[in-house]
Design a protein around this ligand. Structure first.
Ligand SMILES: *Cc1c(COP(=O)(O)O)cnc(C)c1O
Length: 412
């Protein structure tokens, strides 16, 4: 089966000449193994997601939230996937594909460290060498994930260029891939980058909506009125949406990080948010045309979110296309609302959600009536990784919802 490189105007392969051989080889492998299931690739992928990853993940009725909003609310529990987030679906798919392609070495970028950790985990499981590029700034603020990657025997390569964050790490990883294409595959972390990555990552993540569509029919007897998912690059988003795109009666709501305000500071090259789908302009980043946070000269603005996983200046090209078509509704919620949603789910349902996923839950709190009577929220990951941030940010804001973190008297 052949595959389109574009979604309307978006997507494509805007890459330097040196990367084209790698991209062509990968496109061929994607079409053969993923689309045509050559050598039973997709069967093996599914089996390993089940045995190693713990799929299917549950679709759970949230009793307190259902009562609170006076409608049926179901949670797709990707926080229960091995590793604590949806990221393993993609990492496992790509590392397995690399093995089918005869590659012995994996490179990947990571920002907060979640994708690096998932990739290192998949490489350890499938016995493949693994090197992760990570910005120096991110290394300094995400220590535990650096150790996690090393514990899985991955090498972590610091990137000192620019601001030392995700954007630079992606550039470095692409450079490594172009140089070492012979034996190396690049495991990109979201539905971004040049074709075939956005399609391929979506196909690996689509297991979320394949399961959810069946599960909600079984439990509620019908399709949902809406599916809500947070969007950084948009891989949990496209994963949660894909199987519902053809169901016109199901609203698909992508919740971006509104950060502290929806403004931009052109002078400083900063946006205090990451709402590229809601507020961005068309441009090219990391090999694809999509919606971006940029200044009028096309320089990429640095984004912000309290949630590291949503802190990205671009968004997957398919989401940009579906938003333009009116099929996906882009919305956003700010840092404060996300923090409150984090505490609410933890207290009332016994689930500590990732700060990323808390954005989807915060939208439900702010606009329940927009979502209809039967709502599925994708809980993309668990929030254990976010505890330090949540404690600090909740104290800073004096959040009523936050429990006291003061040490008990007499304790050291
Ligand atoms: C990385 C991450 C995200 C954001 O990535 P997408 O590609 O937008 O899905 C969301 N939730 C969790 C838990 C993550 O770790």
């Amino acid at each position: 089966m052949s595959s389109e490189s574009k979604f309307g105007e978006y997507g494509g392969q805007y890459v330097p000449e040196a990367l084209m051989p790698a991209i062509e080889e990968l496109t061929d492998a994607y079409e053969r193994y993923v689309l045509d299931n050559e050598d039973g690739f997709m069967d093996e992928f599914r089996e390993r997601l089940r045995d190693f990853g713990g799929r299917p993940t549950p679709l759970q009725r949230a009793d307190r939230l259902s009562e609170r909003y006076d409608r049926e609310v179901y949670l797709k529990r990707e926080d229960l996937l091995h590793g604590g987030a949806h990221k393993l679906n993609n990492a496992l798919g790509q590392v397995l594909l690399a093995k089918y392609m005869g590659k012995e070495r994996i490179v990947a970028e990571t920002g907060a460290g979640q994708h690096g950790t998932a990739t290192a985990m998949a490489c350890a499981y499938l016995d493949v060498d693994c090197e992760i590029y990570m910005g120096r700034t991110d290394i300094n603020r995400q220590r535990p994930n650096v150790f996690r990657m090393r514990i899985h025997d991955a090498a972590v390569n610091p990137v000192d260029i620019g601001s030392g964050t995700l954007k630079e790490a992606i550039n470095e990883t692409m450079r490594d891939w172009a140089t070492n294409v012979e034996d190396t595959h690049y495991v990109i972390g979201s539905v971004v980058g040049p074709h075939p990555f956005p399609r391929m990552v979506r196909d690996f993540q689509s297991v979320i909506s394949e399961e959810a569509r069946e599960q909600i029919r079984e439990k509620a007897g019908r399709l949902p009125d809406s599916v809500v998912a947070c969007a950084g690059g948009g891989s949990n988003t496209m994963g949660a949406f894909h199987e519902f795109v053809g169901d016109d009666e199901v609203d698909l709501v992508a919740v971006e990080a509104g950060g502290s305000a929806l403004t931009i500071d052109e002078e400083e090259g900063l946006a205090p948010h990451s709402a590229s789908l809601s507020t961005g302009d068309d441009g090219v980043l990391h090999g694809a045309r999509t919606k971006l946070l940029q200044n009028p000269d096309g320089q990429i603005l640095e984004s912000h979110s309290v949630s590291a996983g949503l802190d990205y200046s671009g968004v997957g090209p398919e989401l940009a296309y579906l938003a333009d078509e009116g099929r996906v509704t882009p919305v956003n919620v700010g840092d404060d609302a996300a923090l409150e949603a984090f505490h609410r789910l933890s207290k009332t349902e016994g689930i500590i959600p990732a700060l990323e996923s808390s954005h989807a839950l915060a939208y439900l709190e702010e606009h329940p009536d927009e979502l209809g009577d039967l709502v599925v929220v994708n809980v993309s990951g668990r929030g254990d990784k976010d505890l330090d941030t949540v404690i600090e940010e909740s104290e800073k804001r004096d959040l009523d919802a936050a429990p006291s973190m003061e040490v008990f008297e007499g304790e050291q």
